[in-house]
Design a protein around this ligand. Structure first.
Ligand code: URA
Length: 238
């Protein structure tokens, strides 16, 4: 159960005082009856709320997929630099959203943004080994020995032993394009893994997390809500 004014502003664009004014002004109904009490307690999932005759379309949590461009920080807030949250449409700005899992500033692609801490915790928990698929452009050809060492799980410069991973060459050449699947998510994971086998990553994009693929219709900087099926596809079935 939640206060009516709090529930209204949890959905996006309103501040608590704006929500209170709307309610006191008689513009909000609960289960078909005008409610002028901002402190009225209700269950947004079970009770129907309208504002100016339109359904509130209450959703307890928000789940967005963003196609992150390079040059944007993957954090909730930063005093100086632009963040993934700054790219969202204004209706999402006040929800306490955060990126579930980080990409480096220069990495492109799929970022999941939510306000559901439990879901993010499950997604990122090292227990689950949720696979993440990327494409990387390397600064030199990947030898068979380097590919094998990558797949076996290389030992990083700091002594960390990585989990086994997968790598497939998509485009050969002096700066090959490779597809990579990793099952963990440490800081600079892919760059460090390639560095450990003698290659530099010069471009990196994430295409999938668990069963969720980046929507190829999303332009860089655009986001959209996940469908219910997409949300359930991310985590492995229990
Ligand atoms: N691995 C990296 O090195 N960077 C990322 O942004 C994601 C995975």
């Amino acid at each position: 159960m939640e206060r009516l004014d709090k529930l209204l502003c949890s959905q996006g664009t309103l501040t608590r005082s704006e929500a209170g004014r709307l309610v006191r002004g008689g513009r909000v109904t609960v289960d078909g009856v005008v409610c002028r009490d901002p402190s009225r307690k209700l269950d947004g999932e079970k009770q129907a709320v309208t504002v100016d005759g339109r359904s509130l379309g209450y959703a307890r949590h928000v789940y967005l997929m963003l196609n992150k461009p390079s040059g944007i920080l993957c954090v909730s807030r930063d005093p100086k630099a632009k963040t993934v949250i700054d790219l969202l449409p204004t209706e999402y700005r006040r929800r306490g959203l955060f990126p579930a899992g980080r990409l480096d500033k220069d990495t492109h692609g799929l970022v999941l943004i939510t306000d559901d801490g439990d879901f993010a915790h499950e997604l990122l928990s090292p227990r689950h080994h949720v696979p993440k698929r990327y494409r990387a452009r390397l600064d030199r050809p990947l030898s068979a020995a380097a590919a094998q060492a990558f797949c076996d799980g290389p030992t990083l410069e700091d002594g960390t032993k990585c989990l086994p991973a997968e790598v497939t060459v998509i485009e050969e050449g002096d700066t090959p394009l490779v597809e990579v699947i990793i099952y963990e998510g440490k800081f600079h994971q892919i760059k460090c893994m390639f560095a450990a086998v003698g290659c530099l990553v010069i471009w990196l994009k994430r295409y999938a997390m668990g069963g969720l693929d980046l929507d190829e219709n999303l332009r860089e900087g655009q986001c959209r809500p996940l469908t219910a099926a997409e949300k359930t596809s991310i985590l492995p079935k229990k």
